[in-house]
Design a binder for this molecule. Structure first.
Ligand code: BMA
Length: 394
């Protein structure tokens, strides 16, 4: 643990530690329809950004990594291993999991992780003061294909969003899919009865066209209606513990109008995000510089929009596949983040089944020592740094 609480802990504790009535703990507040803890989490995200510190996150961090996979049948392995922890001695402050295939009623998500295990990881992480975000790479309800658009199915893919909206042929079926999401989020409750707040981040990277809800595959109106329906259904199903994040890709390129073109509205969205990856297969310095420049431009734009709309902001997905330069963490990523009030940064998964598909270091990796330097920076927060922030979790 690093000793730098003085910069931000006081306001966070004041916000977080004020719910003492156990029976009321899961009741929604009248104005937001969400629990006080959920509102506190959102308040904390805003404060973090404004305090010049950000949480570090990693997708699927505690369930598998390079050369290992947790034993899902054994609960003593919950959060016991992590590539990030093996490198720097601490878990990420933010864990991320994907709910893809929950809509099909499967036991495991699209990457082979059981939903029961994901639930346990989420509750355990919350119990240690961490935060969790959930993405959803759901299948295509019309074509039966995956979230990713297949060339052969292009015409069908383009009709998918319209088909799930009211009046569409898959509407009823799709409401059932949303109900499975609601059931899962509703089931996130600690043994002592507290609903665990999460960030839910569906319909991401819609400014590109690789998902069936992407730019060329539906109209702006339909995209917004998809969000509206999602938010309403979760509310109708009693979800009181989710905040919603909007995560366009890099396409807006610093243009606020493009970023907001399909924005579903301030009543629905809580966190303004960005998914932006570093593509430099040969560690090409120009490509890396291009990433930095675009990231800076987009975050600068989001910073203004977030201020105007009173929202928290986050780098909801990023990373350099295979991290091919030694000092990527402190020389590429950290300097850009230091310029903008991001509340958290999330790198994608260390796929145990795709050897080159990893975004966090593991022991012996080229960027490991630099990651420890990144861990030691004043502005980065890992689990030990945040776990004292919630005074009244139980
Ligand atoms: C993508 C890739 C896929 C994975 C999906 C959901 O970016 O990592 O292999 O299935 O995310 O986790």
């Amino acid at each position: 643990m690093k000793s730098r609480y003085s910069i931000f802990i006081l306001p966070l504790v004041l916000i977080a530690g004020c719910n003492s009535n156990k029976n009321k703990v899961n009741e929604p507040l009248a104005d937001s329809g969400r629990t006080e803890r959920t509102e506190n989490m959102l308040g904390n995200l805003k404060l973090l950004g404004d305090s010049g510190v950000y949480m570090f996150g990693h997708h699927d961090d505690t369930v598998y990594g390079i050369g290992w996979e947790a034993d899902y049948t054994n609960d003593s392995t919950v959060s016991a291993r992590s590539d990030v922890k093996s490198v720097c001695g601490d878990l990420p402050a933010v864990l991320s999991f994907d709910l893809g295939h929950i809509e099909l009623g499967d036991d495991k998500n699209l990457d082979g992780v059981p939903f029961d295990r994901i639930r346990k990881e989420i509750i355990n992480h919350f119990d240690h003061g961490g935060m969790v975000t959930l993405s959803w790479h759901l299948d295509n309800p019309l074509s039966g294909g995956t979230a990713w658009v297949a060339d052969s199915l292009k015409d069908i893919e383009k009709n998918t969003v319209a088909a799930v909206l009211e009046g569409g042929e898959k509407h009823e079926m799709f409401l059932g899919w949303l109900d499975k999401i609601a059931d899962f989020i509703n089931s996130l409750e600690t043994p002592y009865g507290i609903k665990v707040p999460v960030v839910f981040r569906p319909w991401h990277e819609h400014t590109g066209s690789w998902f069936w809800w992407g730019q060329d595959n539906c109209t702006a109106e339909h995209y917004k209606a998809l969000w509206q329906m999602t938010a309403e259904r979760l509310k109708d199903k009693g979800v009181v513990n989710a905040i919603l994040a909007y995560s366009p890709g890099t396409e807006p390129d610093g243009d606020a109008d493009k970023y907001l073109e399909r924005y579903p509205g301030d009543e629905i969205i809580d966190v303004l995000g960005l998914d932006s990856y570093c593509f430099a297969p040969e560690a090409d310095t120009l490509q890396i510089a291009d990433y930095t420049q675009k990231l800076d431009k987009n975050l600068g734009m989001i910073e203004k929009v977030a201020k105007e709309h009173g929202k928290a902001m986050a780098l909801t997905e990023t990373g350099y596949e295979g991290i091919k330069t030694e000092n990527w963490w402190t020389e590429t990523l950290a300097p850009v983040l230091a310029k903008h009030p991001v509340s958290y940064v999330l790198v994608w998964r260390n796929a145990r089944e795709r050897p080159s598909h990893y975004y966090a270091p593991y022991p012996g990796h080229l960027s490991s020592s630099d990651f420890v330097k990144f861990y030691n920076l004043n502005e980065t927060l890992f689990l030990h740094d945040v776990n004292a922030l919630y005074l009244k979790r139980k």
